[in-house]
Design a binder for this molecule. Sequence first.
Ligand code: 6GU
Length: 248
Amino acid sequence: MRIDILSLFPRMFEGPFGESIVKRAVDRGLVSIQVHNPREHTHDRHHTVDDSPYGGGDGMVMKPEPIFEAVESVTGLIGREAVPVILLTPQGRLFSHDVAQELSREPNLVLVCGHYEGVDERVIRHLVTDEISIGEYVLTGGELAAMVVVDAVVRLLPGVLGSEGSARDDSYARGFLEYPQYTRPRVYRGWEVPEVLLSGNHQEIARWRSEEAIERTLLRRPDLLAKAVLSEEERSLVDSIKARRGFN
Ligand code: 6GU
């Protein structure tokens, strides 16, 4: 996959993409991530990227020309049509595991980080193909949101997660929250690891984990369970946990 990001603050990406799993994915050639500054696509002496809004009002609006030209230079490099151009904005559709999976199937993504009071509407109407928000709060810009999207998408790419875990088993992919995990020591400050995990009985361990995951999901996120696709065994576990815990 190739990801191109347009941002007025390219250095913000150095930390998150220069560490850990995303960095390793880049180093192994599983993904290429390029950050471009629209300011380099201005033609005036002051490299102007924003201006006051027509009609008046507070704040500044990102001008269309540097964004169009930056995106066109990128899509020109890729040399193909129909590349998704995604604006990160609180106006967008809500990001989720499903959206991450959808994006992970694309060979190319262009992410545009919005700033100031917004982006000239012609960018949205005639250049952008999708708008994404990462949650119901307002950030100072789209950069952190772009990092979140890239992180969630890259870990789904084939080969990125090795023995550290399989994306297929993600709690959100299965519709459950995760079961509790423990590691050594067996007793820490008097708190013991659940006996079943030391039993060596893999069938019992698997059942305990399913029960814990289901119980936790029932308590914290019943909405997830409502849309989870359950095996017959999981369905009967859900019913027995509900009965035991007094859920209806
Ligand atoms: Cl994508 N951008 C900004 N500025 N704020 C946000 C957001 C994006 N998603 C949630 N809040």
